[in-house]
Ligand binder design. Structure first.
Ligand code: F6P
Length: 404
């Protein structure tokens, strides 16, 4: 990452981290500020960041090198992508990073973030006042100190230029993106992710369809209609929508192409977007069976699935990892969308999206709790989201829904 303080670097870095890990590319964040806080101490007044403060420069360089060495060590241990989160604001510092990385066969892409004064001001208030650097400090004093810190960095700041190789410049959080010498699968995915990012806060709601006829008889997959309790849930959802969702104004409602999600959405009386990518995990030869039947007819598959639910792929069907790849365009659209979004989909698919929204480890995703007749709400926070569950009912017998 490259950029003056309060340019949203950590916000972008954490988003990239979550996205790559979710796609199955082991990624880790190395935040040099955290090294400073741990080894030098937080509560450093702005003078510490003054480029003419030699002791400050020495200690900051030491921290940057320590983080860099840990990062390179992590690559040697099998890491795929590291995000080195610091201002990295001079050619000299970036050259050092590049030389050290290249010597170990690690490719560098600089992601430089710049933004207008209003965004900087909003960032300072949204993220810096809660920083461990300002615990117990009056908020006006903290803001003034942070502004002085930014000024120190601004004195020596050198934007990334053509001679520095691969870079992505993010200007005003997605308003403009400049891409230089980016090739290859993962760097290209990164670009399409970054062009969709913005910082307009809006909630997202996830719900499964109302109980379907196959849920009643504990069969997986299929394309059945809602049961009577399922229809009652659709009505409860309509009430919840009117009371809690509609006040946000224009809301996007997305469903799968299967009957049960469409019947759940119908009663809302809203135009919906139907995504095939939101259809339930494809259970292949096991589609339409109960878990008991799967266990009896395909004991080895059952064992394999219990052993590794994330990677297990149904015969002629999908695994959770397949579902994640399939749902990725939905997640990109979710990032791009500035309106609130209600997604009515299915258990496995919603687990994948839930895992993305909350940054859960991949291994946890197939086991996340996404019960029927419940709405999950994700309200935006400075970094990430706050989650709330609304059990709308009707309540169902405990067996309904899941194998885990
Ligand atoms: O049982 C409902 C259902 O949506 C099935 O269609 C699907 O196969 C299953 O949930 C996914 O959950 P699990 O991965 O726990 O079997």
């Amino acid at each position: 990452m490259v950029g003056l303080p309060a340019r949203g670097k950590t916000y972008v870095a954490r988003k990239i981290l979550r996205y790559l890990n979710w796609l199955g590319h082991p990624a880790r964040l190395f935040n040099v500020g955290n090294y400073r806080r741990e080894h030098v101490g937080s509560l450093q007044a702005h003078g510490f960041f003054d480029p003419s403060n030699q002791e400050g420069v020495r200690q900051r360089t030491l921290m940057a090198l320590m983080a860099l060495e840990d990062m390179l060590g992590w690559f040697e241990a099998g890491g795929e992508v590291a995000i080195y989160d610091a201002t990295n604001s001079t050619h000299e510092r970036r050259k050092l990073i590049q030389d050290k990385c290249e010597a170990r066969g690690v490719r560098v892409i600089f992601i430089e973030s710049s933004c207008d004064d209003a965004t900087v001001e909003a960032n300072v208030r949204a993220t810096k006042l809660d920083s461990p650097d300002y615990v117990g400090v009056d908020s006006d004093v903290a803001v003034a100190d942070f502004r002085a810190r930014i000024e120190h960095y601004a004195q020596v700041y050198e934007p990334v230029d053509e001679s520095e190789g691969s870079y992505i410049k993010l200007i005003d959080v997605g308003q403009k993106v400049i891409v230089n010498r980016i090739t290859g699968y993962l760097p290209s995915r990164l670009v399409s992710f970054l062009v969709n990012l913005h910082n307009v806060p809006r909630p997202v709601w996830l719900t499964r369809h109302g109980q379907a006829e196959f849920n009643v008889i504990e069969r997986i997959g299929g394309n059945t209609h809602l049961s009577a309790p399922g229809r009652a849930y659709a009505e409860n959802l309509k009430r919840f929508y009117d009371e809690r969702i509609a006040p946000y104004g224009e809301v996007e409602v997305w469903t799968s192409t299967l009957v049960r999600t469409q019947e759940t959405a119908e009663i809302l009386g809203k135009q919906t977007l139907q995504w095939r990518a939101l259809n339930e995990i494809e259970a292949g030869s096991c589609d339409g069976l109960t878990y008991r039947e799967i266990k009896e007819r395909y004991p080895e598959d059952w064992r394999a699935r219990c052993g590794d639910k994330l990677s297990y792929r149904y015969p002629q069907g999908e695994s959770y990892m397949d579902v994640i790849q399939r749902v990725e365009p939905v997640v990109l659209e979710l990032e791009r969308q500035k309106r609130p979004v209600l997604i009515i989909s299915h258990q496995a698919v919603l687990r994948a999206i839930y895992g993305y929204l909350m940054g859960h480890e991949l291994e946890r995703i197939p086991h996340l709790d996404v019960p029927l007749h419940t709405v999950l709400e994700f309200a935006p926070k400075a970094y990430g989201a706050a989650e709330q569950q609304f059990l709308l009912g009707p309540a169902l017998p405990p067996h309904t829904g899941s194998s885990s």
